[in-house]
Design a protein around this ligand. Structure first.
Ligand code: WT7
Length: 677
């Protein structure tokens, strides 16, 4: 069975944009300045990965050198075997030791400012060293040891990277939970990770309102009390000053424990393959999986991709800004871990893009003189809708490189980004990667790759992606197929927490090398490669949807719906959405006593269900369209006909056209063949 027909591509994008000279852009130089250099380096990186990556790793600090660069026994991989290093050391202490302690590591802007001045903070490498040392000691005094998992559920404040780096300092792994997720998400993740300490904030500013983070943590802790996953310590940053409940003995203020702790805490020498962090992401079952990333390979991979993809050069006045939340992999790799070892300051912004006005981002770029800007297609589409007058009112001439990530960018949004933000001057790097890949795998390099709107272009060094069919055979140009990686790369995941079987079945069992039988890494994406070898991502081929660039399992939303008393069965599929790229369509069959009888009761029930999902998962999972149906269309073997539902959803994505009567989708299903599934 294959989904090839659903990933037939219709894209016909013929425009191509050549790279610019670095002088043209006022960039000191391009790290990779010609396609010839790119091709030669790429060839070497796949033919001699050990030599290539050893050279890169030598830029960084190791307490003990590795004995072997690569050990690949698929699906298991080890990089820099026997090497000892520390991520926090390379992000922070190494810069201080190099005489750069007084330089800005993290620049930060808070959200509040109706009428007032922007609230700014700067953390130097020396301050980061002190803060991470103190917090690391405080965590140790709470009993956190090497190998333990610390949960972090915070807004975008500087204490968030401090918390991550403090964990890395002492060899504890962190599990950052996006602040937009509900308390149930905290319960599930804390339970799965057996995490006894949570670091949070009283609240987070979002569009002028306070998101009650500590309250959500309290709700989660109450549920975990008395279980083996009971939370012992909650460390809270005071950010918004909102009132919070307090449990003495468990709850402490971040500022208090940091002030009380010693500022001396040498970095723990970690094995290259010790876990650095867990990050939960959705898959095709109802339960998010804890993706495991380790220390050495991830560090080297995020260091090099950041450097080359954004052309980072210290001491040239660069200020890099990625708008992602650190709760996602983009923030881990391209706000914190890839940036600090490159010694280019990373800007964090706390709040919403449209607060107080729809020009907030452009205002930030102008005031801070941002040089590299990394955002998501969904954000770009929102900016387009808000209008070009907003960027036009600001001086964006500091920008040199623009990036996008998270979902395919439609050529129209690409062109708008190029013109309205990039002034037709800045190269755009459309970077394809995943939580599991740790870093960017298919991406242009800004100084050499000619770009085509909508294509993530060519493989990064060490990456060997291919478009194959289910037999592992490479597809001819422009034929849709499955996107796989045929070789290991340093940033790849090392496992799924507590679920080896899922690790293997999700990533290493669908496609194999037709000659050797060795498993390929399967991405879950469908794509095609054009005659120039450029990759065009067509979207997920599993039951995962990409809503506003954030991955969501349709099963998770279905289980949330079914947990509502009125719902018997639910099927969730993606549907086209102007801003989100993919929106959420839910088809629901109801308990007879819940069936609505008029427009008002229909609307009320839909609203109830949408809120229910929001409460259980988070606002990003709120369905955009809910349709009630007497029965879900199924094949004879009982499989829901998702393809049919997708076309129903795509054909009628306008909620207002909904009738109040229940529809009989089974009638439609009868008209379809029984092939699906
Ligand atoms: C999925 C991974 C990587 C950080 C953000 C999302 C889609 C990601 C692109 C891109 C087309 C993209 C894929 C991928 N995706 N980047 N440049 N072009 N699609 O991380 O939540 O792990 O999702 O996002 O479908 O599989 P994630």
């Amino acid at each position: 069975m294959s989904n090839e027909s659903s990933i037939e591509s219709t894209l016909q994008e013929l425009r191509s944009f050549p790279p610019r000279s670095s002088a043209d852009l006022g960039m000191a130089a391009w790290h990779v300045g010609s396609m010839e250099q790119y091709r030669q380096m790429h060839r070497r990186s796949v033919e001699d990965p050990e030599g290539f990556w050893a050279e890169v790793a030598s830029d960084l600090h190791w307490f003990q050198p590795w004995s072997r660069v690569l050990e690949w026994r698929p699906p298991d991989v080890e990089w820099f075997v026997g090497g000892r290093t520390n991520m926090c050391y390379n992000c922070v202490d190494r810069q201080v030791a190099g005489g750069h302690g007084g330089e800005t590591a993290i620049a930060w802007e808070g959200e509040p400012m109706p009428g007032g001045k922007p609230e700014l903070r700067r953390l130097t490498y020396a301050e980061l060293k002190e803060q991470t040392s103190r917090l690391a000691n405080a965590l140790r005094s709470m009993g956190v040891k090497k190998g333990d998992v610390v949960t972090i559920y915070m807004g975008m404040v500087p204490e968030l990277p401090v918390a991550m780096l403090a964990c890395a300092r002492i060899g504890a792994a962190h599990s950052v939970i996006f602040g937009g997720f509900s308390s149930q998400a905290i319960v599930d993740r804390v339970h799965d990770a057996q995490s006894q300490v949570i670091i949070t904030c009283d609240g987070a500013w979002r569009r002028g309102k306070v998101v009650p983070l500590k309250e959500n943590v309290d709700t989660a802790c109450a549920e975990l009390d008395g279980t083996p996953a009971e939370v012992r310590h909650v460390v809270t940053v005071k950010r918004c000053g909102n009132e919070v409940a307090w449990r003495p003995g468990r709850d402490v203020w971040f500022a208090d424990v940091v002030a009380a702790a010693s500022d001396s805490c040498p970095c723990e020498p970690m094995d290259a393959e010790d876990m650095l962090f867990l990050l939960y992401t959705s898959g095709s079952t109802g339960k998010p999986k804890g993706i495991i990333h380790t220390t050495g390979g991830y560090m080297v991979y995020t260091y090099l991709t950041s450097k080359l993809v954004f052309n980072l050069i210290p001491d040239t006045g660069q200020l890099y800004w990625c708008t992602a939340d650190i709760g996602w992999i983009t923030g881990h790799s391209y706000i914190v871990y890839g940036l600090l070892p490159n010694r280019v300051p990373t800007l964090m912004y706390e709040g919403a893009p449209n607060f107080p006005g729809e020009d907030r981002f452009w205002d930030i770029i102008e005031r801070h003189r941002v040089t590299q800007f990394y955002t998501a297609p969904t954000a770009i589409r929102a900016f387009m809708k808000w209008g070009s007058q907003h960027p036009e009112a600001h001086d964006l001439s500091s920008l040199k490189v623009l990036g996008t990530v998270g979902e395919p960018i439609n050529p129209e949004a690409w062109m708008w980004y190029h013109k309205a933000i990039g002034g037709e001057r800045c190269p755009i790097v459309d970077t394809w990667w995943q939580t599991e890949t740790g870093g960017q795998l298919i991406t242009p390099l800004p100084g050499c790759t000619p770009t085509k709107p909508g294509s993530c272009t060519l493989p990064f060094f060490g990456a060997d992606p291919a478009i194959v069919n289910d037999q592992g055979e490479e597809q001819e140009p422009n034929k849709g197929g499955l996107l796989v990686l045929r070789k290991p790369w340093p940033g790849m995941l090392r496992g799924v927490r507590g679920d080896r079987a899922r690790f293997i079945s999700t990533y290493f069992s669908r496609v194999h090398d037709p000659k050797t039988g060795e498993p390929y890494y399967f991405t879950g994406d469908g794509a095609r490669r054009d005659a120039d070898g450029y990759f065009w991502i067509m979207g997920r081929v599993d039951d995962v949807i990409n809503v506003s660039g954030h991955r969501l399992g349709t099963m998770e939303v279905e289980s949330a719906l079914v947990s509502h008393a009125g719902v018997v069965e639910a099927a969730v599929v993606g549907m086209p959405h102007d801003i989100k790229g993919t929106g959420i369509a839910a088809f629901v069959t109801l308990e007879p006593s819940f069936k609505p009888y008029d427009k008002a009761s229909t609307d009320k029930l839909k609203d109830d269900l949408a809120r229910h999902v929001s409460r259980l998962i988070g606002a990003i999972a709120r369905p955009d369209m809910i349709r009630f149906t007497d029965a879900l269309p199924k094949t004879r073997s009982g499989k829901i006909m998702r393809r049919l539902l997708r076309s129903v959803a795509a054909g009628d994505s306008n909620i207002s056209q909904d009738t109040t009567t229940l529809e009989d989708l089974s009638v439609l299903a009868k008209l379809q063949t029984d092939e699906e599934g």
